[in-house]
Design a protein around this ligand. Structure first.
Ligand SMILES: Cc1ncc(COP(=O)(O)O)c(C=O)c1O
Length: 393
């Protein structure tokens, strides 16, 4: 049988990145005690109030087809939130509802880029970015994120990577996996580069409410109303990833142009989930508040227990759900070799940095979403493992 080229472009993306995770699961199934620090999901269930809101909406008959752009109440809640946070007026015409950030990213890229285009994206990057860029036919152009610059994408590095084929810059602030939060002094020149070369700027802001460092979050959308498109959801902020409720926010002209694509893909999404999301956006963000405090505390715990131990170095993230640890000095090879040996010999599963890009080949990513006691036990195992390597060397 014959297949479309998109299946070739996406073949092989994904699976290999999760090698350690699958290995850990297999070891657990054999009865081994393995602490899983590979994934980043909020450590609590979706709040009772949101489950009640979705259930009440279903019982009230909100189970039919929805408006293709998003239910009016949800679009009003989004308009209020963005008007309040960004300091200029947003209305329903600036949004399209999607089932999660992932689908929003897919549609936004399909609406902007195609074969022959390039999309500039920080390296390391979130695991699905290469796929969503390639799905559109475009080619990802990795822009190295340097540890010395706090892993924040630097305008000069973007400028150096722009070619006549460039169509868009994909930003992720706060960033997964590094937890970096872009400064105004970086966003402004990036927007200038985008204006000079007529590029779109996509800003994936799924960790917006999980900033615990000193730098406040700033959306590029606050500084430009022509070429910035934001993607976001309630997955992280409200521990509601399974509801699959997200959106894109951007210029009215862009949303009008994208709407037929969204309707072709989805034919609207679920009214009871739209009602739950509107309630979530209007309620005080208690879930995010609790998560922020726990994530900051656990990052400090990892730092206290591992930084400086047997050559390990812990990066100080400012946001998000992960700690990055530089294992180059630990004498067990690159991050992938370290993670493979760690899961087998010490019963701790972490993600190799290389799963997110070559820049992190000497790093591993530790999820901060297990409870403090399990994380402390995991850190003790990592420290003992690293010390054993150092003693052998
Ligand atoms: C940077 C980033 N973008 C997007 C997503 C997907 O979010 P959603 O659940 O809203 O599709 C994730 C999930 O981990 C993420 O880390």
């Amino acid at each position: 049988m014959r297949y479309a080229a998109i299946t070739d472009r996406l073949a092989g993306l994904g699976g290999a990145k999760w090698e350690i995770h699958y290995r850990a699961r297999a070891l657990q199934a054999e009865g081994r005690d393995v602490i899983l620090l590979t994934v980043g999901e909020p450590d609590v269930n979706a709040p009772e109030a949101l489950i009640t809101a979705a259930e009440a909406a279903m019982r009230a008959g909100r189970t039919g087809y929805a408006d293709g752009r998003g239910e009016p109440a949800l679009l009003r809640a989004l308009s209020e939130r963005y008007t309040a946070r960004l300091g200029r007026a947003f209305g329903p015409e600036h949004f399209i509802a999607f089932p999660g950030t992932q689908t929003a990213l897919f549609a936004v890229l399909m609406g902007m880029t195609e074969t022959g285009c390039e999309v500039l994206v920080g390296d390391p990057m979130y695991a699905t970015y290469e796929g969503v860029i390639r799905a559109s036919g475009a080619t990802p152009v990795p822009v190295p994120l340097r540890a010395e610059a706090g892993f924040r994408i630097q305008p000069d590095d973007i400028a150096a990577a722009v070619t006549p084929r460039a169509r868009a810059i994909l930003l992720n602030t706060p960033h997964n996996p590094t937890g970096a939060v872009l400064r105004a002094s970086e966003i402004e020149p990036i927007l200038e580069i985008a204006r000079a070369h007529d590029l779109w700027v996509i800003s994936d802001e799924v960790y917006e409410d999980l900033v615990f460092g000193p730098t406040p979050f700033l959306s590029p959308l606050a500084l430009d109303d022509e070429r910035v498109v934001v993607t976001n959801s309630v997955s992280k902020s409200h521990a509601a990833a399974g509801f699959r409720s997200g959106w894109c926010a951007g210029p009215a002209a862009f949303c009008a142009r994208l709407l037929p694509l969204a309707e072709t893909m989805l034919f609207g999404n679920q009214p009871f989930i739209a009602d739950m999301t509107a309630a979530a956006l209007r309620a005080p963000d208690l879930v995010a508040e609790g998560l922020r405090a726990r994530l900051a505390r656990r990052l400090a715990l990892v730092h206290d227990r591992l930084d400086g131990v047997a050559g390990l170095r812990v990066h100080r993230a400012e946001a998000g759900m992960f700690a990055l640890v530089d294992v180059a000095g630990a004498g067990r090879g690159c991050g992938t070799a370290f993670a493979r040996a760690l899961v087998d010999e010490a019963g701790v599963a972490v993600m190799p940095g290389a799963s997110f890009g070559e820049v992190l080949r000497d790093w591993v990513r530790i999820g901060l979403t297990v409870d403090d006691a399990a994380l402390a036990r995991a850190c003790d195992r990592v420290a003992a493992f690293a010390e054993a390597q150092a003693a052998r060397a």
